[in-house]
Design a protein around this ligand. Structure first.
Ligand code: NAD
Ligand code: DAU
Length: 359
């Protein structure tokens, strides 16, 4: 199979591409604009791999995207390219509208034109798999049951609203034009190669640099964490066996308050790389809360578990241990990613003097 993966140089996309190449005979057409979040260093081992073809294309570029379909004739598309960071969407929403909404519409149109011209098995088996987020469902109160595929959409941030809009477009292309789509809505991922603007890698790298570990508000907000390799396996399963037009929620069944996550990282580091004079816990710093901060996310993953037989392999403890270990042992990747753009973002966002957070 030839699979077009958009956003394959990002955090989840690169994990998916690495896993697919390692565990199957598929050829991957990796389409990525390489924004600040795209990093080919995460795919360094695949640089000369005959089944990994990288195309630097912006998904908003109509001609560029149409050309990709004509040139590569994929059997399926799995669409991950997006602006993905909630805080950035609060500071600058328009690029989220452009990439997440317009970019998805451009891809859908190009896929539809291509699919219309297919025939027989190629047409029947073609799939457009849209990778989305649990944030489209809004947030939960402490006692609410987890999100199901039927939970109404009530997104809170420009990021989640743009992802919700893209989900609606994907469903419209299915209902109106018959495009065989799949949608997955996943909870918070963590693991290797995640850009250190997101909570877990930010805390690991700040701790290693003896910098403050910023916890928004009181740190009581809850996220449902999933190791990225488990998400990648779920995505491959849904693409292979999911029913066109259907949505599948993906989550680890692993709800944690942010402060619990940060404390767990500190405890792992105290064991793996102890400081001489203090514990990493002393670096925890409560900072101004995120505007509109969603209280709690939790996923009911029973559909994908019962219909497709998916289960996460990692527990939070085992996945977090692997993740901390990866950041400790991949100094080159870390140095590469800590670019000027990254520093500038952290300094302006946290309003701290240059060099206080990140490096
Ligand atoms: P990421 O920010 O790490 O990677 C996004 C990738 O998309 C980057 O490689 C970037 O260069 C590329 N990209 C951005 N704009 C582009 C454009 N216009 N054209 C082509 N490529 C472009 O994101 P991630 O965390 O890997 O998330 C991937 C997808 O999964 C997103 O759609 C996100 O909404 C969704 N998702 C993420 C999580 C999570 O916890 N990270 C959870 C659920 C769903
Ligand atoms: O739920 C899935 C979503 O998870 C994905 O769709 C998004 O792409 C992904 O970024 C993630 O969104 P969150 O906003 O939940 O992730 P983030 O790592 O930014 O924050 C996790 C929690 O930690 C959140 O409650 C905010 C808090 N936080 C975050 C940062 C960056 C802090 O307390 N301090 C921080 O410095």
């Amino acid at each position: 199979m030839k699979i077009m993966v958009t956003g394959g140089a990002g955090f989840i996309g690169s994990a998916l591409v690495r896993q697919w190449i390692a565990e199957s005979d598929c050829t991957i057409i990796n389409v990525d604009k390489l924004t600040y979040a795209g990093n080919l260093h995460s795919l360094a081992d695949l640089q000369h791999h005959p089944r990994h073809i990288f195309e630097q294309v912006d998904i908003c570029d109509v001609e560029g995207v149409e050309k990709l379909f004509r040139l590569h004739r994929p059997d399926a598309v799995i669409h991950l390219a997006a602006e993905s960071h909630v805080d950035r969407s609060i500071h600058g929403p328009m690029v989220f509208i452009e990439t997440n909404i317009t970019g998805t519409a451009v891809l859908l149109q190009a896929a539809r034109g291509y699919w219309n011209e297919l025939s027989g098995e190629a047409k029947e088996n073609f799939r457009f798999h849209h990778v989305s987020t649990d944030e489209v469902y809004g947030d939960l109160d402490w006692q609410d049951p987890p999100f199901t595929e039927e939970t109404p959409y009530t997104p809170s941030s420009p990021y989640s609203a743009s992802k919700a809009a893209s989900d609606h477009l994907v469903r419209a292309w299915h209902r109106t034009y018959g495009l065989p789509v799949l949608i997955t809505n996943c909870s918070n991922n963590y693991g290797p190669c995640q850009f250190p603007e997101k909570l877990i890698p930010l805390v690991i790298l700040n701790a290693l640099n003896h910098k403050p570990l910023p916890v928004y508000g009181q740190g009581l907000n809850v996220r449902d964490w999933l190791y990225v390799e488990d998400h990648a396996r779920a995505l491959r399963l849904v693409l292979a066996k999911g029913e066109p037009g259907r949505t599948y929620n993906i989550g680890g069944g692993c709800e944690k308050q942010n402060i619990q996550v940060v404390e767990s990282i500190c405890s792992i580091l105290d064991r793996m790389k102890p400081l001489h004079s203090q514990s990493y816990h002393a670096l925890i710093t409560f900072v101004t809360d995120r505007p509109g901060h969603d209280r709690r996310y939790a996923i009911d993953a029973s559909r994908i578990q019962q219909e497709l037989g998916w289960q996460p392999l990692e527990t939070f403890d085992s996945g977090l241990e692997k993740t901390v270990n990866w950041y400790l042992n991949n100094g080159d990747w870390v140095t590469n990613v800590q670019s000027g753009a990254y520093r500038g973002w952290l300094e302006s966002h946290y309003r701290l003097p240059a060099g206080t957070i990140g490096n």
